[in-house]
Write a new protein. Sequence first.
Length: 119
Amino acid sequence: MESFKVVRPEHLNHYGDLFGGFLLKWVDEIAWIAASRDHPGSRLVTVAMDSVEFHRSVRQGAVLRFTSSKRSQGRTSLTYAVEVFAEHLGSGEQESIFSTCMTFVNVDAEGRKTALPEG
């Protein structure tokens, strides 16, 4: 799955760069959407993010491209790889700024792990 975000003034830290918390929020949300679309009827919750290492700073106006794809699946859990690229519209250049793997577990209405639906 591919998704895009524009870095706006409200996403910046006091140095004028993208605040890392916004990027982490978007990565979690986009991976969850990909997993939920691939496994309709599941009640997926985030249980892990493999690593957090920001490769480059990002300035206001950059367009971020997120790619998310399934890396593995168990009986109750799924892992999705997410990579984020910053595109500089003036030059058309893109650079990788972040990558990680997000793990989700399927839970029932009481929050207990449950098997993923067959599909």
